[in-house]
Structure formats: structure tokens, C-alpha cells
Design a protein around this ligand. Structure first.
Ligand SMILES: [Zn+2]
Length: 179
């Protein structure tokens, strides 16, 4: 075990281990300035370590910050994406409503057109009946040929009017032969 006495190299007073900063201290008795290299080195190492730790801490803080920013950015993107989806959904609903309204209007206008046409045919039919009663078979024959439902109606309706027309033609021919 190597024990060394700590004493001032100048006045040889014994020194306590009340070292100053960075291995520099002064003798309490003669004021001699002394440097302890080991302490300086230790202090230096400590400083380097502290700098390294500070650097590490700063680096972690930076990483944390950039991570937070990334999360914030992702959250923002998600919100924007959700808004887009909602807008798209509303647009689709809107388009669907427009299509439904449009097709409803088309159907109802077709419906009223259809009713109008049927009314016209019923009027012609009553004119045919009147002409037959009046014995005006030529007029009845002309009118009876107008009892025709145009294309665009269901085949059952078209066929019904065709059958009706054929019956009237037969009736008119019979009446003409009778007279
Ligand atoms: Zn001294």
C-alpha cells in the first residue's frame, strides 16, 4: 500500500483534501498555487462525460420532438382524410338523391303522358261508337284505325288496344253487311 503524505511543496504544511475546481487549489498557509493533474484529468473526463450526456439528452429530446411532430402530422392527415371521406360520402348521397328525384320526375311525366294518351284513345273509341250508332261506318272505320297505342308502352296494353280495334272492325264490317 503506497501512502503519500499530502503536503504543500512550498511550506510543507499538511493539506486537507479541500481541492478547488479542476484540480487547482491554493495552500491555506502560504497561498501556493498547485495543480493536481489527476484531478484535472478527472475533471476533464467528467466534463466530457457531461457534454456527452448533454448531447445524448439533447439528441433524445430532438428525436422525441420529431416523433411528436410526426404523430401530430399523422393525426392531421387522418383528420383531413376523414373530412375527405365525409365530403365524398355526402357527395354520393347528394348524387343519389338527385338521381332519385330525376328518375321520379321522369316516371311521373311518363305516367301523365301515358294517362293523356289513354284518354285520347278513349275519346276516339267513344267517337267510333257514336259513328256506329249514327250508321256512319266509313267514319267509324277511319276512327277505328286510330285506336293504336304507340311503341313505348307495355306489350299487354298495346295488345289490349289491338284486340279492341279488331273487335270494332269486325263489328263495323258486320253492320255494313247488314245494311
Ligand atoms: Zn504552503
Amino acid at each position: 500500500m503506497n501512502i503519500q503524505k499530502l503536503e504543500c511543496p512550498n511550506c510543507h504544511a499538511s493539506l486537507d483534501n479541500d481541492y478547488g475546481n479542476e484540480g487547482i487549489f491554493f495552500c491555506k498557509y502560504c497561498g501556493q498555487k498547485m495543480i493536481v493533474e489527476e484531478l484535472q484529468n478527472a475533471e476533464y473526463d467528467l466534463k466530457i462525460r457531461k457534454m456527452e450526456m448533454d448531447h445524448e439528452t439533447a439528441k433524445i429530446a430532438m428525436e422525441q420532438k420529431s416523433q411528436n411532430m410526426k404523430y401530430a402530422h399523422e393525426r392531421e392527415n387522418n383528420i383531413i382524410q376523414n373530412k375527405r371521406n365525409i365530403i365524398l360520402f355526402l357527395l354520393m348521397i347528394g348524387m343519389l338523391v338527385i338521381i332519385m328525384v330525376f328518375s321520379f320526375l321522369m316516371t311521373s311525366s311518363y305516367g301523365s303522358e301515358h294517362k293523356k294518351r289513354v284518354k285520347e284513345l278513349q275519346k276516339v273509341e267513344s267517337e267510333v261508337q257514336e259513328a256506329i250508332i249514327a250508321g256512319n261506318y266509313d267514319l267509324a272505320m277511319i276512327k277505328v284505325n286510330q285506336l293504336r297505342l304507340d311503341d313505348g308502352y307495355s306489350s299487354s296494353q298495346t295488345e289490349a288496344w289491338d284486340a279492341k280495334r279488331e273487335d270494332y272492325i269486325e263489328l263495323i264490317n258486320k253492320k255494313m253487311n247488314e245494311d
